[in-house]
Ligand binder design. Structure first.
Ligand SMILES: Nc1nc2c(c(=O)[nH]1)N[C@H]1C(S)=C(S)[C@@H](COP(=O)(O)OP(=O)(O)OC[C@H]3O[C@@H](n4cnc5c(=O)[nH]c(N)nc54)[C@H](O)[C@@H]3O)O[C@H]1N2
Ligand SMILES: Nc1nc2c(c(=O)[nH]1)N[C@H]1C(S)=C(S)[C@@H](COP(=O)(O)OP(=O)(O)OC[C@H]3O[C@@H](n4cnc5c(=O)[nH]c(N)nc54)[C@H](O)[C@@H]3O)O[C@H]1N2
Ligand code: SF4
Ligand SMILES: [Mo]
Length: 892
């Protein structure tokens, strides 16, 4: 299971952190920076900062000696990581001083893909890009420029959205979004308006104080915190377990968390909604739900017009503090009655039932939900999901009877077309149980600092600057209106538009992330599309396969070079750059300077983006990040300089921050309980707003959009995986195994694949396969195997294990920086996204495609892919080459 197939003597010995330290001290600078004087006294400065080798932002203390970072350790003041760091974070020094960093802006001189470059100045780079952007806008329209970012929670996400809005293109995307987090954020936001329970996205905040919480059962559903956030959530879950909290793990793979669980349910990939429905059905049927909470604080007693699917209203309200008045069936009067908010004691609403009034049929939300899940008995779910019925029942009972409890839903269900429905179902279960805003549960609205307007990062996105006629041109934006919550476009719709020219042809791509060819589904098709583009810019810390296709490369900063504000529980941290190398530039500033250039070339909106009065709350563009941060920190009477000095700043005490029962607080304007920030101020398990969203884009779109091809369903539904043994038995004859993915703790997406320390631990991707399946296909432990889908063929190293069902296989994403200059450009050998499915069916609300739960076949290969590195000594040429810090580059 551990899968460590390679000896790891040499490099690791040379590179224990002490090893790195001595190596950094001794070289005297392979590249000379500003200073050539003899080294000053070797005092070590300890600087508090935050890691960003994944999305957790762990507090770090960086040891800096003679201007060089020589050691990293965790900062115990961080309430989530409590001083822990993981291998990726500790590899920060190797990432910072990697010999192959992008050091200067570069311009392509060879043919596209040939990887030949010349160094240019920042001025020339920005001028060239701006000229190309303006020329394209003039000739074909601003919408033919598109941008993309990466990283899942990358704090630069809003910089990109902002630039696009100001430039006038509605097209930017992230390969996460519909595939990551957005389905959950959308569902939980619409259903109760509070945090979603994703541990890997730093929510589920209740878990970080194991000594305080009365939590008894935690369900890890499609999430593996020991892998995806080892230092934060992974550590917290371990602390909870050691305190006696029971865990249920729903995961096809026997992860570390699964190994420690009270019940492990190794589900067939992509069938989660069927299992969630069985949970809902069982909880309803056995009356395990919290009756009082369901009656008073959910909209399930309200009547729904069966034909129109809309809730029946006695009265509409124009006052945002008072919701519309909905109707219930009252048992006292045996008649339909208005239920004033929040509750009328004179009424006795019926929770379950169908009623006909004046020839119109109404049902309660509860009744409709019950009918929706009716077919999903435990037995049925066991058949669909390939699980043991008794274990399913044991898991539900643990969750529903050993309370308080909560379901932490991970990214797994975001990666197939049933995504939004899985999140809705999981929310329904916690809400039925009344697991909302009380101590010991995950659905919470703890206080925030108030510093940030946007999640993750303060950049104001300037949504109002995008002309409405441009917004309507967003690729995929009208069909998948749920993407509107993050103002994003739909990757496959962009891809199809490039290949077909319909409805118009995108021509210029500015991309800021690791290696898109390793992150998007069916990457070969993207590579074909790239050939069609006029101009491509890639911003990253080092070249990746994607860079080979670019016309201009811009060198960005490693986390040890960047400044950022980070909010962790009740504290604000300053991630502060502790070094600056070569000509790398902070990205917040790069986008601002690009807008400035476009303004100089006559782009009116870009010119106005520098006018403070005109931009108002959207802020004028900035020359430095400090300027931007000061604006926001002013809200808590701080400046960026001050925050750096006092980091971490506790903006309120832990007890003030951890606020329970926010919905019960009195709204001073009405004297009534404030309720939830939803249209009914109740938890909306019957999500009527889905219908409005599909027809207009409201509440996320600032204007009405043309309706989607069909209404979104207010209740979840189960969708059998499209490419699976049930839906396509013919295809399953040729491709009999179901492929899924999940994180490993050594890499963050496509980053860090060039780090010797980490590649030594996990040099090549493993294919997990059950012994029975391995026998069928003649595969033994440690064999190289071919893995093939309808779309492509790659290789992996077989790990034969009972930690996966016989019908399922598992593999992680991978690309090989060592073969960048070969024909494969590093992205074809072992990249699971050569196999994944970018096309329909998509999730109807957000357009999710299939990354997990599709068909493959496996056969023995004779050899590993040519040119890949597997041995510790191979990675030596990537060992850090320390350099002295340079002055910050002033781009104007
Ligand atoms: N087959 C398959 N494909 C997948 C997935 C899967 O499970 N299976 N997962 C999907 C998911 S969930 C996601 S989110 C995507 C990710 O895919 P991408 O978004 O393309 O990922 P990367 O760019 O490799 O990942 C991390 C990026 O975040 C940047 N970053 C991190 N912190 C900072 C910061 O503070 N400032 C700046 N400027 N940049 C920062 C890093 O530089 C790096 O570029 O991949 C998706 N693709
Ligand atoms: N080390 C590392 N940490 C990361 C990242 C990274 O790339 N590397 N990426 C970050 C990002 S952007 C994200 S989104 C988070 C994701 O963090 P998590 O939500 O924890 O996600 P994963 O580990 O990708 O997937 C969780 C589990 O889902 C299982 N799984 C696969 N298919 C299915 C299925 O159909 N149903 C169910 N129930 N389970 C399934 C996988 O085996 C895996 O163990 O991690 C973040 N942290
Ligand atoms: S979990 Fe690891 S990589 Fe992620 S922020 Fe923390 S130390 Fe860095
Ligand atoms: Mo993600």
């Amino acid at each position: 299971m551990e899968g460590k197939k390679f000896a790891k003597e040499n490099v690791l010995n040379a590179m224990s952190i002490g090893g790195i330290a001595s190596c950094l001290e001794d070289t005297g600078g392979l590249t000379k920076g500003k200073s050539q004087e003899p080294a000053p006294s070797p005092s070590v400065k300890k600087v508090k900062t935050n890691c960003r080798a994944c999305i957790q932002n762990c507090g770090v203390i960086a040891h800096v000696k003679n201007g060089r970072v020589v050691k990293l350790e965790g900062n115990p003041e961080d309430p989530m990581s409590k001083g822990r760091m993981c291998a990726k974070g500790l590899a920060g020094i190797q990432a910072l001083y990697h010999p192959n960093r992008n050091k200067y802006p570069m311009m392509r001189v060879g043919k596209r893909g040939e990887n030949k470059w010349k160094r240019i100045s920042w001025d020339e780079a920005l001028d060239t890009i701006a000229e190309k952007l303006m020329e394209t806008r003039e000739k074909y329209g601003a919408e033919t420029v598109f941008c993309s970012t990466g990283g899942g929670g990358n704090p630069e996400i809003w910089s990109i959205a902002r630039f696009c809005n100001i430039f006038g293109t509605p097209n930017w995307f992230e390969p996460g979004c519909a595939q990551c987090y957005l389905p959950r954020v959308l569902s939980y936001t619409m259903m109760y308006g509070g945090d979603d329970p994703s541990i890997a996205d730093s929510n589920a905040l209740e878990i970080y104080y194991p000594e305080d919480t009365p939590m008894k059962t935690l369900v890890l559903w499609g999430t593996a915190p020991a892998y995806s956030c080892p230092a934060t959530g992974g550590g917290a879950v371990t602390d909870l377990r050691s305190k006696g909290v029971n865990t249920v793990v729903v995961d096809p793979r026997f992860t570390i968390d699964a190994a420690k669980a009270d019940v492990w349910l190794p589900i067939r990939p992509g069938t989660d909604v069927a299992l969630l429905f069985a949970w809902i059905r069982y909880i309803m049927e056995q009356k395990l739900y919290d009756h009082e909470f369901v009656m008073k604080w959910t909209n399930l007693p309200y009547l729904v017009n069966v034909k129109t699917k809309m809730l029946l209203r006695a009265e509409s309200s124009d006052n945002p503090d008072i919701p519309d008045t909905f109707m219930v069936w009252d048992a006292n009067t045996n008649a339909i009655q208005p239920m004033e908010y929040p509750w009328n004691d004179a009424l006795d609403p019926v929770l379950e039932g169908s009623f006909v009034v004046d020839g119109v049929e109404y049902k309660t939300g509860f009744q409709l939900l019950k009918e929706r899940v009716e077919a999903y008995t435990i037995q049925k779910a066991a058949e669909i999901c390939c699980l043991d019925a008794e274990k399913i029942e044991k898991a539900i009972k643990l969750y529903a009877q050993n309370t308080p409890s909560g379901i932490a839903l991970g990214v797994a269900t975001d990666q197939n077309p049933n995504s939004v429905q899985a999140a809705m179902s999981s929310a329904i279960i916690d809400m039925l149980m009344g697991n909302v805003e009380k101590p010991g549960v995950l659905l919470q609205r703890f206080r925030k600092s108030g510093v940030f307007d946007m999640p993750f990062y303060p950049v104001p996105i300037a949504a109002d600057r995008l002309p409405q006629e441009q917004l309507k041109k967003r690729l995929g934006g009208n069909e998948y209106k749920g993407l509107g919550i993050w103002y994003a476009g739909h990757p496959t719709s962009v891809l199809e538009a490039i290949l077909t020219g319909q409805p118009y042809k995108p021509r210029v791509w500015i991309e800021r992330s690791g290696n898109k060819l390793g992150a998007v589904a069916n990457s070969q098709k993207w590579a074909d599309a790239i050939e069609e583009l006029d101009f491509i810019v890639h911003m990253h810390m080092y070249p990746t396969s994607f860079s080979a296709f670019a016309d201009i490369l811009l060198p960005t900063q490693e986390w040890l070079e960047t400044d950022m504000m980070v909010e962790i529980c009740n504290k604000l941290f300053a991630r502060q750059g502790v070094a600056h190398l070569w000509e790398t530039v902070d990205e917040t500033v790069i986008w601002s300077m690009l807008a400035k250039r476009c303004g100089e070339l006559g782009h009116e909106a870009c010119q106005k983006a520098f006018d403070a009065e005109y931009m108002g709350k959207d802020l004028a563009y900035w020359d430095s990040v400090g300027e931007l941060f000061d604006h926001f920190l002013n809200r808590v009477d701080l400046t960026w300089e001050k925050l750096k000095e006092i980091t971490p700043y506790e903006f309120m005490s832990k007890d003030e921050w951890k606020t329970y029962y926010v919905y019960k607080e009195t709204n001073p304007k009405t004297g009534l309980p404030a309720g939830f920030p939803t249209p009914s101020k109740k938890c909306e398990l019957y999500l009527e707003s889905m219908i409005t969203l599909s027809r207009t884009g409201r509440p996320f779109s600032p204007c009405d959009l043309p309706p989607a091809s069909k209404d979104y369903d207010p209740l979840p539904y189960y969708l059998e995986p499209h490419e699976g043994p049930v839906s396509d038995s013919e295809l399953a004859k040729e491709y009999p195994l179901i492929m899924t993915n999940g994180r490993i703790p050594f890499y963050h997406h496509n980053t860090l694949r060039n780090i010797p320390l980490l590649r030594e631990i996990y040099p090549v991707p493993e294919l997990w396969i059950h012994p029975k399946a391995a026998e069928t296909y003649g595969i033994s432990e440690g064999d190289w195997v071919w893995v093939e889908s309808k779309r492509g063929k790659i290789r992996a190293l077989a790990s034969v294990t009972e930690g996966i069902n016989p019908g399922t296989v598992y593999m992680e994403r991978f690309w090989n920086p060592e073969t960048l200059n070969t024909e494969t450009q590093g992205w074809k050998e072992m990249n699971v996204n050569m196999l994944t499915k970018e096309d329909a069916p998509f999730n109807d609300v957000v357009g999710t495609y299939t990354l997990r739960g599709f068909l493959v076949k496996v056969s023995k290969a004779d050899a590993p892919p040519e040119g890949i590195w597997t041995k510790p000594e191979d990675f030596k040429q990537w060992l850090p080459r320390p350099v002295d810090s340079t002055e910050e580059v002033k781009v104007k």
